[in-house]
Design a protein around this ligand. Structure first.
Ligand code: UT7
Length: 325
């Protein structure tokens, strides 16, 4: 039987030029390189320059992905953009990207699922491709978290960074086997009872403010490894895939200890886990596509390999993608 599958035909990423090291952070709050590296694995993060918005970074990543795919902006039918740091409360940041890329047909919209955002966006785009509703789609994760970081709170300010990552998807007919390249499956979940554990202190309909990130780190940590491992096992079992068949785990990059705990629960060696958290810190919705694009560009991840992408974030939201690149 022939089915439609979303093949990834281009990847792109963008990291702002300005780098802030742990020593730089120690000049702002009572912290140290030793504490940050030991507790999180983070050594540095990138911060967007004043005046650079999420859509600016998304466009840079998109241009790289479109070039790699050999696709023009006007050929896109769909843009799904995941972010918790939109340019404006409305309209969607995706429409600014749409305009900048010269795409005048189809549709562009945002999804808000924090660190699981790319997985939510991927599932939305993949399902529209599978249904034959769109042919070529751009899926973006982008964050300018430095704009909503409280730089007086050492519990959170050392953890986050800015950046963008994206993938161009194209509908391709295939027989639906595991050997086919493309998005094999996606799973997404949420449990709103945990919303207060990680959220913004502001919002247009509550206090008219943008707010800052506030987090119960231990509670998030406790759920992260369990949820990412459980959803990984579920997606593998659903598709009859063993952990040994997976070439790379490309998880949401929040904390090296969460990556290690997830890998341990899954019985996968750290050599098969992509870890960019040391260089990028936690870039929320951008973290998975950034890790994917940067590892592909460096030659670590190769075409044809089987990738497992678990993520977990505010909401709580969590999910996983299974992809043959
Ligand atoms: O992407 C999803 C969203 N976020 C996450 O996944 C993050 C999940 N959570 C974590 O990564 C970890 O919980 C943290 C890195 C946030 C914290 O690590 P922890 O091992 O859970 O530390 P803790 O919260 O138990 O805090 C230990 C101590 C505290 O001091 P006291 O109360 O024991 O005296 C904190 O005040 O470390 C202190 N602390 C710091 N010290 C130096 C907290 N932040 C800092 C800091 N520098 N930046």
């Amino acid at each position: 039987m022939t089915i439609l599958r979303s093949r990834i035909i281009g990847l792109g990423s963008f990291l702002p030029e300005r780098v802030s090291t742990n020593d730089d952070m120690a000049k702002i709050v009572e912290t140290s390189d030793e504490w940050i590296v030991t507790r999180t694995g983070i050594r540095q993060r990138h911060f967007a320059a004043e005046g650079v918005s999420s859509s600016d970074m998304a466009v840079k990543a998109a241009e790289e992905a479109l070039k790699a795919a050999g696709v023009k902006g006007e050929d896109l039918d769909l843009i799904v953009l995941a972010t918790v740091t939109p340019d404006k409360t409305f309209p969607a940041t995706a429409v600014y990207v749409q305009a900048a890329l010269g795409m005048t047909h189809g549709c562009a919209f945002d999804v808000v699922a924090a660190c699981s955002g790319f997985l939510y966006a991927l599932r939305a785009a993949d399902n529209m491709i599978r249904l034959g509703q769109v042919k070529t789609a751009l899926v973006i994760g982008v964050e300018t978290l430095s704009r909503i970081t409280d730089f007086t709170d050492r519990n959170t300010c050392v953890l986050f960074g800015d950046g963008a990552g994206c993938a161009v998807l194209r509908a391709e007919e295939c027989d639906g086997s595991l050997a086919d390249r493309g998005v094999i499956d996606t799973l997404i979940y949420s449990d709103g009872r945990y919303a207060p554990e990680l959220c913004s202190t502001g919002g247009p309909s509550t206090n008219h403010e943008v707010g800052y990130i506030t987090m119960n780190g231990r509670e998030v940590f406790r759920h992260a490894a369990v949820n990412m491992a459980d959803v990984s096992e579920e997606i593998l079992a659903k598709n009859g895939v063993s952990m040994e068949q997976v070439d790379w785990l490309v998880p949401h990059q929040a904390n090296i200890r969460i990556l290690e705990a997830t890998a341990k629960r899954l019985g996968i060696p750290m050599e098969k886990v992509i870890s960019t958290v040391g260089d990028h810190a936690n870039t929320s919705a951008a973290s998975i596509p950034l890790a994917l694009a940067e590892s592909y560009k460096s030659g670590k991840i190769k075409e044809g390999q089987l990738l497992l992408l678990p993520g977990m974030g505010a909401g709580f939201t969590w999910g996983a993608g299974l992809i043959r690149l």
